[in-house]
Write a protein that binds this ligand. Structure first.
Ligand code: MN
Length: 227
């Protein structure tokens, strides 16, 4: 038996709506510019630029309800309200018609972003990792088992109760099944992969002391307070 000299932090267990059942995460895969009105507010043309992907480490995710320190190295922390989808069964080259069978569940999530660092990275054609993948950079609500994505559901974001973002999930440029199919041609999806499916227009700052809540009809809200 090999002695382990260096041990990473133990993985967090995240709550679900199933009795005594938690889940662990493998990684977080985020979709960029998946709502046309948000692509436009960031100065892009949604018709000409298909969605793309970036990653956050699994260890960056915090469960809903926490108070977190205001992140370092930024003066412009932004909220991004997103539907999160958890892969339960992995796979590669998944057909869109089979994609939802790979989903374990779904949750409300917040893709916290150091917008000033992201703007600088874009300007200098550098990677987004430090703008997106920092400590506590994703807030995850209770995971609801099931892949039923039908119905006319809306996503909203409130800061101290004031409505900042609101859109129907049907406004996504790429629906969940197509995101999974596309991703599975770029990498082998694994159980515990959490896909954040993009944010609608209305992104903006959260200040110290404020509470930000992401609501999706039918799901438990995802809340975070900044210290
Ligand atoms: Mn996002």
């Amino acid at each position: 038996m090999t002695r382990i000299a260096v041990q990473p932090p133990a993985p967090s267990t995240f709550p679900t709506d199933q009795p005594e059942t938690g889940v662990r995460l493998h990684r977080v895969i985020c979709v960029g510019r998946n709502y046309a009105d948000h692509a436009r507010e960031m100065g892009n043309d949604p018709d000409r630029e298909p969605p793309f992907f970036f990653l956050k480490p699994a260890g960056a995710v915090v469960p809903s309800g926490r108070t977190i320190p205001y992140p370092p190295a930024t003066d412009d922390l932004h909220h991004e309200a997103e539907l999160a989808v958890l892969i339960g069964t992995g796979g590669a080259d998944i057909a869109p018609e089979r994609a939802l069978a790979h989903v374990w569940g779904q949750a409300a999530a917040n893709d916290l972003t150091r917008r000033d660092l992201q703007a600088r990275a874009k300007q200098m054609r550098r990677p987004w990792d430090m703008a997106k993948g920092f400590d506590n950079s994703a807030v995850l609500g209770t995971l609801h088992n099931g892949a039923d994505l039908d119905g006319d559901r809306s996503i909203r974001c409130r800061v101290d109760g004031a409505l900042r973002q609101e859109a129907p999930l049907s406004a996504m440029i790429w629906p969940v099944a197509e995101i999974i199919a596309h991703l599975s041609r770029l990498l082998t999806l694994q159980p515990g992969d959490l896909i954040l499916t993009g944010t609608p227009a209305g992104v903006g700052p959260i200040a110290r002391g404020q509470t930000c809540t992401v609501e999706i009809d039918g799901l438990t809200p995802a809340t975070v307070t900044l210290d």
